[in-house]
Ligand binder design. Structure first.
Ligand code: PA5
Length: 427
């Protein structure tokens, strides 16, 4: 069926005992029911759950309109934000590589002076620059200081009035960011109150930069809704998100510490970073949870692949496989002796596929549990489905762990020292 994503598990060592997964899924049925209905305990954080509350068709049309204005005039568009607030749009833009829009740059995701200097220098090469500062409550240091530098840069280049129409900000209504926009004539977009950073792909936060880049956000949110419907309708025994969450929990209980997301399409690198962000920041608390790591193959097979095959048996793998034959480069014949003639006439796509199958075979032969999601293609519909799938699965997974999916108290640890040493009032 079009758009179908499948999940398989190869467990050659029998780490998960026969029947254990089915039993766990049946046991977790009440949790699934709660998640589908929206657990009242997390009422204030579930604005993403229905998709329509934070990214309904009207909102999508409004964002497309705003984006069209930018696309008509901008040569470069800078997305300012960090963590959950910038990962999702970057993931989609890097995966889909839409053509014809402004160059998209990223700022406010580091305090590196070299990066800021490089961004400013790069912007000098574009005639027309627009920016969007994304910050939920506008207290985070990185986007705060990047926004100041970049809006002053725009003011110097275009004057205050012209700069103002080039500045967008996405924040929570009532925040100091909204006041800054109101006082200075910047366009203010909504970071929904009931949506946290890493769930914000289903809102202006993720969708507006995507639309500016040329991603079809109507198709992407259509994919989200299709996955929502699939997951809300599937009973516990057949629910793919619950299945994924239960496999992860059983493997954690069996002593695995890491889950490695492995894929053979490097344009998924930033999607993998989004996946890491989603699971690490949602689950990694109360001394539990899997540590999410990534393998961008075949490159990483020449690095961490050694560890996976023979190092400490601490990880299992989750492969993200793309079924579509979406490009073709055939190895040409050669008269010079380079000893690669056995591959002459073969397509890179097929060689990559052989490498993927070989990897799963070798790793599962070692006894490593290998999950595999097969997606039909890298397109808007599929990405929308994947975003919703992993968010919902993460929510379920946190429920199974007994941790709050929506907070991140641990990130305050270093901030206390940092703000004290930076002289922040009240720190
Ligand atoms: O997922 C989260 O909540 C975090 O990763 C935040 O998105 C991140 O810390 C940035 O927060 P803010 O948008 O408030 O600057």
């Amino acid at each position: 069926m079009e758009g179908k994503i499948t999940l398989t598990l190869t467990d050659r060592k029998g780490v998960i005992a026969p029947g254990a997964l089915e039993a766990r899924m049946a046991q977790a049925a009440p949790l699934l029911e709660k998640a589908v209905a929206g657990d009242p305990v997390y009422r204030d954080f579930l604005g993403w759950r229905t998709v329509d509350e934070s990214a309904g068709p009207e909102r999508v049309a409004f964002l497309q309109q705003q984006a069209a204005r930018v696309r008509a005039d901008a040569d470069a568009f800078v997305v300012i934000g960090i963590g959950g607030s910038n990962q999702s749009s970057r993931a989609a833009i890097k995966a889909l590589r839409p053509a014809g829009g402004p160059a998209i740059l990223w700022a406010g995701n580091t305090i590196s002076a070299a990066e800021m200097a490089r961004t400013l220098k790069e912007l000098d090469g574009y005639a027309s620059v627009y920016i969007d500062c994304i910050a939920k409550n506008f207290e985070t240091l990185e986007p705060g200081i990047a926004f100041r530098v970049l809006r002053q840069y725009l003011e110097r280049r275009y004057g205050e009035k012209d700069a103002a129409r080039r500045i967008f900000a996405t924040g929570t209504p009532g925040s100091t960011l909204e006041a800054l926009c109101r006082d200075n004539g910047y366009t203010f977009l909504t970071f929904p109150e009931r949506v946290g950073g890493r769930f914000s792909v289903i809102s202006d936060v993720g969708l507006f930069p995507m639309a500016v880049a040329g991603v079809d956000i109507a198709a992407l949110t259509g994919g989200m809704r299709a996955m929502r419907d699939e997951l809300f309708a599937a009973p516990a025994g057949e629910n793919m998100a619950l299945r994924y969450a239960c496999i992860r929990k059983l493997l954690l209980e069996a002593g695995y510490d890491l889950e490695m997301l492995a894929f053979f399409e490097p344009r998924l690198d930033y999607f993998a970073k989004w996946w890491v962000q989603t699971f690490a920041e949602s689950e990694g608390k109360e001394d539990t949870a899997l540590y999410p790591v990534v393998a961008s193959n075949s490159e990483d097979l020449h690095a961490t692949g050694q560890f996976v095959q023979q190092g400490s048996p601490i990880l299992f793998e989750t492969f993200l496989t793309v079924a579509a034959r979406d490009a073709s480069v055939v190895l040409p014949a050669e008269t010079k002796k380079d000893y690669f003639d056995y591959l002459t006439g073969m397509d890179f796509w097929d060689m990559n596929d052989v490498a993927r199958r070989a990897t799963i075979a070798a790793h599962s032969e070692r006894g490593i549990p290998c999950l595999e999601f097969t997606v039909p293609a890298i397109d808007e519909d599929t990405l929308g489905r994947l975003y919703y799938f992993f968010l919902f699965a993460c929510y379920l997974s946190c429920m199974l762990l007994g941790v709050n999916p929506f907070d991140q108290p641990g990130v305050e640890g270093y901030k206390g020292y940092m703000f004290k040493n930076l002289g922040k009032p009240g720190a």
